[in-house]
Design a binder for this molecule. Structure first.
Ligand SMILES: Cc1cc2nc3c(=O)[nH]c(=O)nc-3n(C[C@H](O)[C@H](O)[C@H](O)COP(=O)(O)O)c2cc1C
Length: 404
């Protein structure tokens, strides 16, 4: 019988020792030159020792002029390969695999970072946090080709540094999701219109990376089940993109959903959010999948694997609260993890800074893990707020994502 501790070998031959996958969490532990800090490296060492089979890094930006938030890591020709090697080494301790998540924010780059972000089309961000983003300008074809090259080069550097694989981030409202979405992508060229055209940048990035890294190096994809808006990327589109990527040879598909305008991926206590959609995916492809979002009990995780509802359990916030969750589960010490609703004590203020708290609390705890300090189990949001102000200054108070 397949259990959560049964290894799985991907198409390309990479074996992952168990069915736990740490989903990407933007650690915001890059230095002022967008390089990994010693804290970031220490964090991955701790996670690797905690028993998770696959660690997916927080989103790494492929262009230093297009960043999503403060503390991002950028991987380009100016990056110090030795620091990346240390990060990869930490993440491969204890027979662990580490995939680098590659991203470009597109228009989801706040005013505090981008005077004029780029996007498929000059469609401004909507939603209650829209004010925090400048209206983007549309990319030229030449710029699209340059971005494709940047993804390809970043993947090649990850491989050179000793990462076990890469994951292309095409979810959560960032650039590749913007191209997939008919709402965001209103161009009039071969990168727009039909689904084949809207996914062209993604397929070109995939084939570009594949040509550089060869067939033995795993390439994963994180994709939305849907954007959950009527004029966005639909479930039907998503299934077709997954099928196409499968035909092209993708090694692993991670399923999430929503964006920061409609954050379906980050509820609390609602169970695994995308498990029904995963069943539809499993009917059309045989490539292994990771379902991320909402797992919080041992029984829920074990059942999802035993019933073949997913091949990997994607965990983000739970692995912050319990960094050695897989080991604990193995020893019979883990039954469930509770994610807390944080509050400032004022409903009005919570409404204003809720999105910031939701991210900064986990960022604060990741730094604590790196420094060997205990996780804080609290519902009081003030510590997380002060943490962000200390690290980012007043710009922390401006939303960095559309809405969460
Ligand atoms: C602080 C924070 C940072 C995140 N950063 C990323 C990221 O860089 N890339 C990504 O694909 N998802 C990111 N996510 C989303 C998670 O990967 C995941 O999809 C979501 O938290 C739901 O999973 P969970 O219920 O296990 O936490 C982030 C979530 C949080 C809370």
């Amino acid at each position: 019988m397949t259990t959560i501790f049964t290894p799985l070998t991907l198409k390309n031959g990479t074996t992952i020792k168990n069915r736990f996958a740490k989903a990407a969490l933007s650690e915001t532990l890059g230095d002022k030159n967008y390089q990994p800090t010693k804290e970031l490296i220490s964090l991955y060492q701790k996670w690797a020792l905690g028993g998770t089979g696959l660690l997916i890094t927080g989103n790494v930006m492929v262009d230093r002029n297009a960043r999503g938030e403060y503390g991002n890591i950028v991987v380009d020709r100016q990056q110090d390969l030795n620091l990346l090697k240390k990060w990869a080494l930490a993440g491969t301790t204890n027979d662990t695999k580490i995939f680098m998540q590659l991203n470009h924010p597109g228009k989801q780059s706040p005013k505090t970072i981008s005077k004029q972000p780029v996007a498929p089309s000059a469609v401004p961000m909507t939603g209650s946090n829209g004010f925090a983003f400048n209206t983007p300008r549309a990319l030229s074809i030449e710029e699209i080709k340059q971005i494709i090259n940047k993804f390809t080069e970043a993947a090649a550097m990850a491989q050179q540094a000793g990462f076990s694989g890469v994951e292309i981030h095409a979810a959560h409202g960032y650039l590749l999701n913007q191209f997939l979405s008919p709402h965001d992508n209103q161009r009039n060229d071969e990168y727009s219109g039909t689904l084949k055209n809207r996914m062209r940048i993604l397929t070109e990035i995939y084939t570009g990376i594949r040509e550089k890294v060869g067939h033995d190096f795993p390439i994963a994809l994180k994709i939305n089940s849907s954007d959950f808006r009527s004029d966005g990327f639909s479930e039907e589109d998503s299934l077709q993109v997954i099928q196409k990527m499968d035909q092209l040879g993708i090694d692993l598909i991670e399923i999430s959903g929503g964006n920061y305008e409609n954050p379906k991926m980050q509820g609390i206590g609602k169970g695994a959010f995308f498990i029904d959609y995963a069943q539809k995916v499993k009917q059309i492809i045989s490539t292994p999948i990771v379902v991320t979002g909402g797992f919080n009990t041992a029984i829920g995780m074990e059942n999802a694997i035993q019933n073949n509802e997913t091949d990997f359990i994607g965990l983000a916030r739970p692995l912050v609260m319990v960094p050695d969750l897989p080991n604990q589960l193995k020893w019979g010490n883990f039954t469930s993890v509770k994610l807390h609703h944080l509050t400032t004590g004022s409903k009005k203020l919570d409404k204003k800074v809720g999105s910031l708290i939701g991210l900064s609390f986990y960022q604060q705890q990741m730094l604590r893990i790196a420094e060997g300090k205990a996780i804080q189990h609290t519902t009081n949001a003030w510590g997380a707020l002060l943490f962000s102000l200390k690290h980012q200054g007043l710009s922390a108070l401006m939303p960095q994502r559309d809405k969460e």
